[in-house]
Ligand binder design. Structure first.
Ligand code: NAI
Length: 475
């Protein structure tokens, strides 16, 4: 088996944590039981690009339990938990000397070159042109296949532009090496039945490609299952934003001024968590609806420029770029904490910060750096501007990821087994499956659901078994 992880001797530790996680992931375990005999993913070759954590290990082993062959990478250079990666490679039955699990190419602290090399490895299938399914988080794997195919069609890979971000240069270098006249990426794309996408940012990319007519295979938008975005993005971040701040800095949050940029699902979770810790929370928004929500939830809503010098803790949650600029950072308080929990690192202008003449970067510990300005003031930047909950802590806890990943497994089964029902496009799972995911998580929390009477169901115009809401209901 080919693989590349940090240290296989961590596998036993990883396995013990996977066993604890399984208990906290009732949705995934129920799906394993339900489909054990049918093996709906037999024949599926799934390439996964999603944070290689303990929770993801349970997802991977669920896909395998349903018959899939799997190859995996992390979708962020800092988010791999090395013991999880080792345990997945070794597998439940293997040993470090005789690994029998799933090929993983991921370790904590990859360089950008290593990150894209890993992605290429997981898209390279021994004995086949490539995978026939992608499970993506943020869309990097999907993007690589699309760009490779696009440049093969054009007959050339463009040269790197002067103002291109460093990462784009790395991608272009990789494509220069791998784009072939025989059409390697075109062949990979032609084998793929579909992709299931985990997060808001990746979903934006998919809808963009669909709009411009460049999407090459169908996609299920897992993010917009209600049991994903209204749970993982909100309650997951409500948990892991504090975990990231605590493990990175251990600063007392109570009494501090915290600023949350963006009041979407992630922003709502972060703002609530910081308020719960006793911080005075300020929100910034560009959308009047979300701004009004934030105000009604009791937060001050203003612009970053107004308050940048007053804030102790910054968290960006927008999925947009250039939210905190180098100029903002120059105007911050001494030891202000600057962090991002959105998918990509361009929410904070790290390149601009590094270009300030005389600026000095010091590593306090991995993923925690001070940046000292020439006047002696310094700020603390978490995870080099990448998502801090996975860079500085261990991301979301198992129970919330069980909801997200049960949607992922159901979406993989849908696209793989009902390919003809999904012409190229971007789809969300039907509501009855969303409700099923929620249902699978009720017992574990001791929730007792009320059953509609037939008359009540008729009165509100639904079936007793659901779905209970129209598609446009917003929760
Ligand atoms: P969303 O679309 O619900 O929320 C983003 C909000 O930011 C929107 O309300 C938007 O109006 C606002 N916004 C956009 N530009 C802004 C600006 N210049 N200033 C202030 N506000 C602005 O998206 P969601 O689901 O909250 O996701 C946000 C990001 O977090 C995405 O990149 C997503 O992929 C990522 N994510 C990260 C997770 C993690 O564990 N770190 C988990 C889930 C999502």
């Amino acid at each position: 088996m080919d693989f590349k992880v940090a240290d296989l001797s961590l596998a036993a530790f990883g396995r013990r944590e996977i066993q604890l996680a399984e208990h906290e992931m009732p949705g995934l375990m129920a799906v394993r039981k339900e489909y054990a005999a049918a093996q709906p993913l037999a024949g599926a070759k799934i390439m996964g690009s999603l944070h290689m954590t303990i929770q993801t290990a349970v997802l991977i082993e669920t896909l395998v339990a349903l018959g899939a062959e799997v190859r995996w990478v992390s979708c962020n250079i800092f988010s791999t938990q090395d013991h999880a990666a080792a345990a997945v490679v070794v597998g439940p039955e293997g040993t470090p000397e005789n690994p029998q699990g799933v090929p993983v190419f991921a370790w904590k602290g990859e360089t950008l070159e290593e990150y894209w090399w890993c992605t290429e490895q997981a898209l390279t299938w021994p004995g086949a042109d490539g995978p026939n399914m992608i499970l993506d988080d943020g869309g990097d794997a999907t993007m690589l296949v699309h760009k490779g195919s696009e440049y093969e069609k054009a007959g050339a890979v463009p040269s790197t532009g002067e103002n291109d971000p460093e990462e784009w240069g790395v991608v272009l270098d990789l494509l220069r090496r791998t784009v072939t006249d025989e059409g390697r990426w075109t062949r990979v794309a032609s084998q793929i039945k579909g992709v299931t996408e985990e997060t808001t940012t990746g979903v934006h990319r998919l809808y963009e490609m669909f709009k411009t007519g460049t999407l090459l295979f169908p996609a299920i938008n897992v993010n917009d299952s209600v049991t994903k975005s209204k749970f993982d993005n909100k309650y997951g971040c409500r948990h892991s934003v504090i975990d990231g701040l605590n493990r990175a800095t251990d600063v007392l949050i109570g009494g501090k001024v915290a600023l949350v940029a963006g009041y979407g699902d992630v922003g709502k979770g972060c703002a609530e968590a910081l308020k719960g810790q006793g911080a005075r929370v300020i929100v910034t928004e560009i959308d009047p609806i979300c701004a009004l929500q934030a105000a009604m939830d009791g937060f001050q809503v203003t612009t970053l420029d107004e308050v940048v010098g007053l804030v102790d803790i910054f968290v960006t949650t927008t999925g947009n770029f250039d939210i905190i600029t180098a100029d903002h950072m120059a105007r911050m308080k001494h030891n202000a904490i600057v962090s991002n929990i959105g998918h990509f690192d361009n929410e904070i202008d790290m390149a601009g910060l590094a270009r300030i003449p005389g600026i000095e970067k010091t590593e306090v510990k991995p993923q925690v750096h001070t940046w000292r300005f020439p006047d002696g003031k310094q700020i603390i930047v978490l995870a080099e501007g990448r998502l801090m909950n996975l860079g500085c802590a261990t991301g979301h806890p198992s129970f919330v990821m069980s909801n997200s990943f049960t949607n992922q497994v159901i979406a993989q089964i849908e696209l793989f087994t009902k390919t003809d029902d999904y012409p190229i496009g971007v789809y969300v799972l039907p509501k009855h499956l969303d409700e099923k995911v929620a249902r699978l998580h009720l017992d574990a929390l001791g929730v007792k659901l009320t059953t509609l009477t037939k008359a009540q169901a008729e009165y509100i115009g639904v079936d007793v078994e659901g779905p209970y809401k129209s598609d446009h209901y917003r929760y």
